[in-house]
Design a binder for this molecule. Structure first.
Ligand code: ADP
Length: 265
């Protein structure tokens, strides 16, 4: 809490009163601290792949380029690291647009169930054989007012995480449940799960339960943070449930459109 005192004077410069302004600076300081932490995270996250690349390039220059076995592997590592950095910078740019309210959502009336099916189909096409997809979707249309591309991005991120963390022979269950004014969407996997005290943190920028492991899997730690912003921009909520060792469920809601109302863009 910060308090500022000042005096009030009349036209003869006589003090006629006092003003005390008490302001809560904790919120402000927290924002400032978050900002500092974010900048430090970004620098660190970008420095790591750069250092890795540097050492591989140095080894190549030192003569490994002539080694037919090793050279392609080293080049592949630098390519992967470059790809990951590009993904990270793109994610950061998107977050910055969201933060500055520069992003424009192109919302349109959409049947969520057919969109959901379409997205799952796309994944099913490429999914590793040992993972089974189970759909528990209603047999009716559920209309929502959304920016399709953005919602696809949210679902892509949640589903690719579910695949990434699924064990051999694991099931991924896709659900959509119609509630009074909203649709409740969930993606459940049977992976390693997330500890209870970390469940909220996974939606924070750069948070990863196991940094080394997810880095290897090509993650940026920004996917769920972006998903959260995007779901909230559609007036929905997103959260996670999990049992360690048993699996994780990511759940989000979207408001349903009324039946009779007409919507203008
Ligand atoms: P990343 O790019 O690392 O996947 P995300 O923001 O998508 O970043 O996820 C943040 C972290 O949340 C992940 O690094 C992982 O530790 C955890 N996480 C997300 N989804 C799952 C899941 N289905 N099972 C277990 N952990 C998960």
């Amino acid at each position: 809490i910060r308090a500022n005192f000042s005096t009030v004077t009349d036209e003869y410069n006589e003090i006629t009163g006092f003003i005390t302004v008490i302001s809560d600076v904790t919120e402000q300081e927290k924002l400032e601290q978050d900002r500092r932490e974010f900048v430090s995270n970004v620098s660190h996250e970008l420095r790591t792949p750069l250092t890795t690349m540097k050492s591989y390039i140095e080894a190549l220059l030192d003569g490994e380029w002539q080694n037919k076995e090793i050279a392609p592997k080293f080049l592949e590592v630098t390519q992967n690291e470059t790809d990951r950095m590009i993904r990270m910078v793109n994610d950061l740019l998107q977050l910055s647009k969201i933060d500055n309210k520069e992003h424009q959502l192109q919302k349109e009336r959409t049947d969520f169930i057919s969109l959901f099916n379409h997205i799952i189909d796309r994944f099913e096409f490429n999914v590793p054989e040992h993972i089974e997809f189970v759909r528990e979707l209603p047999n009716e249309k559920l209309f929502v007012w959304i920016d399709k591309d953005k919602l696809i991005q949210v679902m892509d991120n949640i589903i690719s995480n579910a695949i990434k963390y699924s064990p051999e022979g694991g099931k991924i269950i896709f659900k959509a449940v119609k509630q009074k004014h909203q649709v409740l969407v969930s993606v459940e996997d049977q992976g390693m799960g997330i500890a209870h005290d970390k469940l909220e943190k996974i939606f924070e920028r750069f948070y990863r339960v196991d940094k080394a492991r997810t880095r290897k899997l090509g993650g940026t730690g920004l996917g769920l943070a972006i998903s959260k912003e995007l779901v909230e921009a559609h007036y929905g909520k997103i959260w996670a449930k999990s049992k360690e060792g048993k699996g994780t469920t990511i759940i989000f809601t979207l408001p349903l459109m009324g039946k009779k109302r007409r919507y203008n863009k």
